[in-house]
Structures are given as C-alpha cells and as structure tokens.
Design a protein. Structure first.
Length: 248
C-alpha cells in the first residue's frame, strides 16, 4: 500500500445558486463540493472516472456520513480537503474536511465508502484487481466514525411518491447520489421554513434510473433524528436509507 504524504485541497467560492434561504451554503451543495473534489483527486492519481471507464468499470458511493459545524455564507471561499484512506473489506474509504478560506476553522467533516462496479456485468469488483494496485492511503481520520447499516425506525410512514426525471440521472445512467438526500430533506413532514441539517448518514442500496417510481417513507427516532427510506413502491426494492439530524 502506498502511503501518501499529503491530502488534496480545492478552493470553492460559494455562489448564489449553492446557498439556502438563509444565505448559507446548503448541506446539499457541501456534498456536491466533496464529490467534485473526490473525482478530481481520483483523476489526478490515475483511478478516476476516465481510467475506470476504459476498463468498463465505475465508482459508486455506497455509504456516507457528513456533519457540519458552521455553514459558510454566500460569497465566502472555503477549502475542501480530501484523501483516500485505504480499504475496509471491499470498500475504498475516503475522508474529507471543509475549512475556512485560510484553513484555520473546521466547518464540517465526513467519511465515505466507495465500491467499484463492472459496467457490463454490474458485479462488484475488488479494488486492487480493478486498479491493478492496492488503494493508496493518507493515514488520517477526518472523523472517528464507523460507517454501518442504518436501522429503520420502529414505524415508517409513507409520505409521497415521485418519479426520477431527466436531470436526476448522472453519467452512469442512474439517479445521482445527492438527489436522494435532496428529496429526503425537501419532503420532511415538518412545519418549518428554517430547517438546518446538521448531519446526514446515507446507505446507497440499489440503483434507481430514469422514470423509476420512488416512494419516500419517514420514521422519527427523536425530536431531531429522522430516518428516511426511499424505495420502489411496486417492487419494494429499497434504493437508499438516510438518517438526518435536524436543527430547527
């Protein structure tokens, strides 16, 4: 395993279309920044989208946990730091931190687990075999957090049903990761116009595609903790499971 001496850092300017109604970086946009930097870092290291596509393979995000401590404002510049953290079974691990422009204030952090899929057979591939080498490692933890399966709430209540549209589908022809979180947050059965998502954990379980019907169910563990399940209402196949911490 190659030990890396440094992480990857990008800078982002927060645009008007990336903020929420309180002029802060939206939780969704923060995760979009992370995914963009993850792709850039992987491309620079020789195992990005183009490298895997040449071998009929692609990365999929399987698990994610993000927590935010302070949301920067419209017009602020932030640093996004990310790095591969080696392997955990079949998962390629990657961490990230969101920092202030000068790198002195930690604004948020997260941990993720990725898998490699064969685009022809749709079977999981061992990372070292797909890449031709072991996953590199930068030996730091952004968070001391163990990604695991999210348990459903004792009672899960259907809320609404949507259909995946054209702009929801990504380059791999399945629904983009962030869309599930967007749907979960936008359809929360709460009477409030000032919601703050302080943390989110997501299990991506199967692929939804263009025109897939998606039913959203919610369960409440406490005043702050909500569980969301998104599944196919016809087959009951679950696409995604999310745990949200909401601050009013």
């Amino acid at each position: 395993m190659a030990i890396l001496k440094e992480s990857w850092i990008d800078e982002y300017l927060i645009h008007s279309y990336e903020m929420d109604c309180q002029r802060r970086l939206s939780f969704i946009s923060a995760i979009n920044y992370f995914q963009e930097s993850a792709w850039r870092n992987a491309e620079a290291m020789g195992f990005g989208y183009k490298d895997l596509a040449a071998k009929d393979r692609f990365w999929v995000l399987s698990r994610l946990y993000v927590e935010m401590y302070r949301f920067p404002l419209w017009g602020d510049t932030i640093q996004l730091e990310t790095w591969p953290k080696g392997m955990d079974s079949l998962f390629a691990m990657r961490d990230f931190r969101i920092k202030s422009a000068d790198g002195q204030e930690l604004l948020g952090a997260g941990v993720t687990a990725w898998l490699i899929i064969d685009s022809i057979t749709h079977r999981l591939q061992r990372v070292e075999q797909a890449l031709g080498h072991a996953m590199p490692c930068y030996p730091q933890n952004a968070l001391e957090y163990k990604l695991d399966k999210i348990a459903l709430a004792p009672t899960m209540t259907p809320c609404t049903c949507i259909v995946a549209g054209y702009t929801d589908v990504d380059v791999n022809n399945h629904v983009n990761n962030v869309c599930y979180l967007n749907w979960a947050v936008n359809n929360l059965p709460l009477q409030s116009d000032r919601l703050t998502v302080s943390s989110a954990e997501i299990n991506f379980l199967s692929e939804a595609r263009l025109h897939s019907p998606i039913e959203i169910l919610y369960g409440k563990l406490s005043e702050q903790i909500w569980i969301c399940s998104l599944h196919n209402p016809e087959t009951k196949k679950e696409y995604c499971r999310i745990q949200l911490r909401i601050e009013n």
